[in-house]
Design a protein around this ligand. Sequence first.
Ligand code: 13P
Length: 258
Amino acid sequence: MNRKYRKTLIAGNWKMNKTPSETKQFLMEFKGMMPKGRWCDIAFCVPAVCIPAAVRAMRETRVGIGAENCNANASGAYTGEIAANMLVDAGCKYVIVGHSERRAMGETDADVNAKVKAVLDADLVPIVCVGESLEQRELGITEEWIAMQIKSALNGVGENKIKKVVIAYEPIWAIGTGKTATPDQAEEVCCAIRAVIRKLYDAKIARAITILYGGSMNEKNAFELLAKLDIDGGLIGGASLDAEKFVKIIEAANQPTT
Ligand code: 13P
């Protein structure tokens, strides 16, 4: 983290877990345990049907609610889909875009780019996910692959909009496997992502962009990961479903930084 230049964000990604009633119960419990003081930004990205309950539960707190996906179109004949402006009206602040689990369902780089633009047009914060497979890591093409994902995701995103974007580095092999990237491995890629942003925009923008790590981040490894200069927070799956663990991760974000 480098709090002097950029925001720290601890965001949960609930994936397909919890009902609206469970959301209400969980967040009420979390509210009572939330660390006092403004240490970092906090978000829960929840299933679409849970958004109203989550927004209600977190009203008048500093916790932002996010969606896990959205459609790139503004409206129309897209049965089952949800547009960014609907998420705004429901009280969302964030939208996860391009999660590897959605890419595995067929989402392309072009889809991700269109969604990023739609989310930014609606004035929401896209949390853009990138990450390599184990095979790509073993082939030694991690950084090239991620640079390509970032370039495609941000294609046509101007300097006035990039400031809102959050990037999440999530190595696919570390998601839900209990196999975390080591702090050095995660830092290396987050640092390379910042270099890509520097090339695409400029040094000031690169210095200010928030880059998260995701992939089996938990209450035990968060401190070490967040101690790295280019890791500005976490996108947390499993451990965000447990209030105590999630609070410990937020507390790890309160460590002194250089
Ligand atoms: P886990 O923390 O469960 O590995 O999930 C990470 C993730 O995919 C967050 O988006």
